[in-house]
Design a protein around this ligand. Structure first.
Ligand code: DQA
Length: 156
């Protein structure tokens, strides 16, 4: 038996929403030794190009507000086929974003540029991970390409 990692038909993934949480608008300027020198626009281009190879399109949103992220997830229901999310610090405590993501039927991939498990203790918990298909962390911008690869991957 073979199928996709999320159990659905990968050819049905046509529209993907990428969500970035607080402070990620400052990528490239904020702690480049931790998060790298690439900007959010650079990561968006990487993701868009990777999705285009699979014939899928990208919508993006970044917000420093938890409420706006919850609203974006609600609006994505039935409109986009998959979500890639780097929730920033909300990763570690936003049960509101967790619950919103739980209401989304398609696959969700969690991405982090750094490896939170190797950092401060408060970063070791992710409340996004339990509602994600999987998490990619610690590989910088490559994580976005890996997320796209994972979305379209087939399980043998
Ligand atoms: C992050 C990790 C989080 O702990 C942190 O709050 C961020 C960025 C990452 O991409 O490595 O803002 O999500």
């Amino acid at each position: 038996m073979s199928g996709s990692y999320y159990g659905g038909d990968v050819s049905e993934i046509r529209k993907v929403l990428m969500i970035h949480g607080p402070n990620l608008n400052l990528l490239g300027q904020r702690e480049p030794e931790v998060y790298g020198s690439a900007t959010l626009a650079d990561h968006t281009k990487t993701t868009k190009d990777a999705l285009a190879k699979h014939g899928a399109s990208l919508q993006t949103m970044q917000s420093n507000s938890e409420a706006q992220i919850v609203d974006a997830v609600h609006q994505a229901r039935g409109v986009v086929d998959a979500i890639i999310i780097n929730a920033g610090a909300f990763t570690h405590y936003s049960w509101a974003i967790h619950d919103a993501l739980k209401s989304f039927a398609g696959p969700i991939i969690e991405v982090h540029l750094s490896n939170p498990a190797a950092r401060e203790k408060f970063r070791h918990t992710s409340v996004i991970a339990p509602v994600a298909l999987g998490t990619i962390a610690g590989f910088g911008g490559l994580g976005y390409e890996l997320a796209v690869q994972a979305l379209f991957c087939h399980r043998q």
